[in-house]
Design a protein around this ligand. Sequence first.
Ligand code: XMP
Length: 511
Amino acid sequence: MQHQKILVLDFGGQYNQLIARRVRDLGVYCDLKPCDMTAEAIEKYAPIGIIFTGGPNSVYDENAPHIDKTVFSLGIPVLGICYGAQLIAHTLGGRVEHAEESEYGKKEVTFFKNSPISEKIPIRSVCWMSHTDLVTALPDGFEALAATESCPVTAFGNLQKKVYGVQFHPEVVHTEYGNQLLENFLYLVCGAKGDWTMKNFVEEQVARLKEKLGGKKVLCAMSGGVDSAVAATLVHRAAGKNLTCVFVDHGLHRKNEPEEVVSVFRDGLGMNLVKADAQERFLSALAGVSDPEKKRKIIGAEFIKVFEEEAKKIGAVDFLVQGTIYPDVIESGKGKSAVIKSHHNVGGLPSVVDFKEIVEPLRDLFKDEVRRVGTELGLADEIVWRQPCPGPALAIRIMGEVTREKLQTLRDADAIFREEIARAGLTRDVWQYFAVITDSKTVGVQGDFRTYENVIALRAVTSVDAMTADWARIPYDVLERISTRITNEVKHVNRVVYDITSKPPATIEWE
Ligand code: XMP
């Protein structure tokens, strides 16, 4: 089945992936593509509507990205957001001017004219603005639909041609009726049917995979993270016992993680799961190493070696499964590839496995969709809502040398932290949270005795995409409980500190 599609043209704004996610959340598939896509390519792609995103430029900048005017003659509805709106006005003969002062933040917007995009939106509401340029004259056939105090053309449209522009950002939560506006554009202007659901996705993907993999051998590296777990489960539906999953137990996982992987996937789902016990190998390779980059390299290389050995035992396979997700494959509006995180734990595998083709069943999905697919496949919340864990796992949360003792201390402290966050009902509010064992010891007093023990740091952040992050405002009483429990229950810890640094300037992980 071919889904209806929305095309989001990326002009380089910071909220662009958010626009695509909102559209999909509203039940319409969409792709984010670089803004230099030609009118011909757009016509071939055949979207039911196009969204021009915001961007950092002014339409008059020398290198500002433009749009081929013929895009407007394709008969496809268009919604321009911020820079995208200015571009519509500029391209079709209106005027865009530089305001003396930038308008930034929450503003009251008044919709003074009815149109399909303003259905169910009150006359007055709050919107989120972030701009310097503004539209001061509209092209022929267009009319103003809304205004703020300092921006007389905050929304405009050519109702007949189904082309609209909004100066504010409907995709951010601070725009009260932003989601309604996007829904209006999709359903009332573009005629969306809402055929993008995770249930449909699973059914179609399983059918497609069955056809593709039919009876052939498939291999998957399972890291314990959400993406590989969901990818493996999806492929397992289609390939059954022809799928072999390899889980490398490098001894650097969080408390009980390897046991959970075995119990869920081998015992629960009946998957062909090989657990490679390589704890000793990793620990000896890491002995005496303190430098974070060296640790990462050693772990990455060792992982590949262990996997290669296991793959040799399995022999040649037809397919290798990778848990690549959509943000990894999006190209940004400026023509450069988006930053791709080094998922080194799977990145080097293709070179050591004897296979014919890579299968990436989650390639089209955003992270939140991967989670929804996981739930649709019947995976428990503990797996689906597992927070991201870096490939090198606890090794980069142990400052200095990785030792068995430090691993034990960190695991116990981290488990308490996670338990208490869950008990406080904060698991979905905090994006990522973990304990770090610092390389310092401090003096304490426990039971009338002087102690000289480890300092545990707690790190908890809120984030959208890990590119930036803020430290999470965890309530003091929750922090107090965590600190008391860690110092009482975990051996060799006499002090707990909370990291109050955002990213930038810090990173989320300590190493
Ligand atoms: P930083 O520390 O760079 O982390 O702010 C951003 C996000 O990436 C995760 N991370 C990694 N993931 N391999 C991975 O697969 C790695 O080497 C790695 N290092 C950091 C980190 O947990 C956070 O979610």
